[in-house]
Design a protein around this ligand. Structure first.
Ligand code: PFF
Length: 460
């Protein structure tokens, strides 16, 4: 059983292209910037353990579910639900995804802009001879200065829009296939340098030795939010990419490879950062600036540091770019397919409206700090609401849909490529998405929001 296919659509051309693009979406600032600082704020080892549990038990199955929805319908997230469940409210799940895409892009491009500033600093040897305190002050001054981060953010948005505008094969696939392997190489080199710093073992213990007394409702919810954010799931990015995957690809393998690569890079980022954090006496819970302060310190200590700093920030910007294109693509696919705008118009409209929210987000860090609630500015709020609320809710709806509402013959046909693959895992997968994943997501979500308490302290 299969839905009718559309041969006019742009698509990925090879298995390597599919994996590079999906891993390009998954691997990004979430792994290298967000994972270390969220792990740092939530106790290190215990967080990592729960995080990995969520990737295996929930993340990879949600990713596969998104691919299945996308490839079977060859549509954007709203169109996909309309095709699979006409005359129902399921397409609202697609809208939820598109709103999440908006929010995520707004704050994500702020951080992407920081990476361009740091690339510029690396180029002009701006880290040389600076101690932790100076680097910290410089980062804070820059982040809250308003105009300069805004400029970088918008430059970044233009790059993103350019690649999305070029399309799937000649834009997204072409660029991600070259850039992702390079990123892996650099992060391995950095990890090796970091673990050979004097005093590195304390950082490794922090990352790998779980202290179970640190587990609270908040830690568990943060781990869930981070796993969704990092895998790019819960908002239709991978429904959209799935819609460009050819009928011959093995979706189960793809989901597993991408999840494994994403987790490996997050752990490597932790290995690159925590030993240095402890070696230089920085607090592991120092928040969003962690990477922008500790890595320049390591670079300054290593032979060839200038060179490594430069390529690191080039590649961090690229990792961010391969993720922002996947988020913008969600909005563009929706606008061009559902509202029948041409790709060019859709790209311009999507990029400029996201940029507007992005301006407010960047400015809320400094000059417009009134934009916020309590001690959280707009940037913090967008990050918190998208990662810890919208993505888990989106993911919950996606697994419920595939598990309970998608016609089973269609589901199994898609999993097994119309019977050409054995797909032996299909009943395990079905069991997970029907029972385990939805119950776990709902449980963690309500617990994290403080509806009830098992480990104490559920507040965000
Ligand atoms: N997964 C990306 C990262 O870890 O940096 C960020 C991201 C991309 C989140 C796409 C959500 C998304 F849909």
């Amino acid at each position: 059983m299969a839905l009718q296919t559309n041969n006019q659509r742009d698509s990925f051309t090879s298995k390597a292209g599919v994996i590079a693009a999906a891993a390009g979406s998954a691997i990004g600032l979430g792994n290298i910037w967000r994972f270390p600082y969220v792990a740092g704020e939530n106790g290190g080892g215990a967080f990592l353990l729960i995080y990995i549990g969520f990737i295996v038990l929930i993340g990879a199955p949600v990713m596969l579910s998104e691919f299945l929805i996308g490839r079977s319908t060859q549509s954007n997230p709203v169109g996909a639900f309309k095709r699979l469940a006409p005359r129902s409210y399921w397409h609202l799940t697609g809208f939820l995804g598109i709103s999440a895409a908006f929010f995520i892009l707004a704050f994500y491009t702020t951080v992407s802009g920081w990476t361009l500033e740091y690339l510029f600093l690396a180029f002009s040897d701006g880290f040389a001879g600076k101690d932790a305190a100076t680097l910290n002050t410089n980062f804070e001054l820059f982040r809250t200065s308003g105009l300069r981060p805004l400029l970088w953010q918008n430059i970044f948005m233009v790059f993103t829009a350019f690649i999305v505008f070029k399309g799937i094969k000649n834009g997204i696939e072409k660029y991600t296939k070259i850039l992702m392997p390079l990123l892996l190489l650099i992060i391995i080199i950095l990890s090796v340098r970091s673990v050979t710093l004097p005093g590195a073992s304390e950082g490794l213990l922090f990352l790998f030795k779980p202290d179970f007394s640190k587990i609270t409702g908040k830690v568990v919810l943060e781990a869930l939010g981070q796993s969704f954010f990092s895998l790019s799931i819960g908002m239709g990015t991978l429904i959209t990419y799935g819609s460009y995957i050819g009928k011959k690809e093995n979706l189960g393998h793809t989901a597993l490879s991408v999840s494994a690569a994403d987790t490996a890079i997050a752990i490597l980022a932790g290995v690159a950062i925590f030993p240095a954090v402890f070696a230089f006496g920085i607090a592991p819970e120092s928040g969003a600036g962690l990477v922008f302060i500790t890595l320049p310190l390591i670079f300054d200590q290593m032979a060839g540091g200038y060179f490594f700093a430069l390529i690191f920030f080039v590649l961090l910007s690229i990792a961010a770019l391969t993720s922002t294109i996947s988020v913008l693509e969600v909005v563009v696919a929706y606008l061009s397919e559902e509202l029948k705008l041409g790709r060019k118009k859709a790209t311009i409209l999507a990029a400029s409206s996201v940029a507007l929210l992005g301006v407010a987000c960047t400015m809320s860090q400094g000059p417009w700090s009134v934009l916020g609630i309590g001690d959280r500015d707009l940037f913090d709020l967008l990050e918190l609401v998208s990662a810890n609320v919208m993505l888990p809710v989106g993911g919950l709806l996606i697994v419920l849909f595939v598990g309970w509402f998608m016609p089973k013959p269609l589901l199994f046909a898609e999993l097994s490529n119309e019977g050409k693959l054995r797909a032996r895992f299909k009943y395990t997968y079905l069991f997970i998405i029907r029972f385990i994943a939805p119950v776990a997501i709902a449980f963690v979500f309500l617990h994290g929001l403080g509806f009830f308490s098992l480990f104490g302290g559920g507040d965000l």
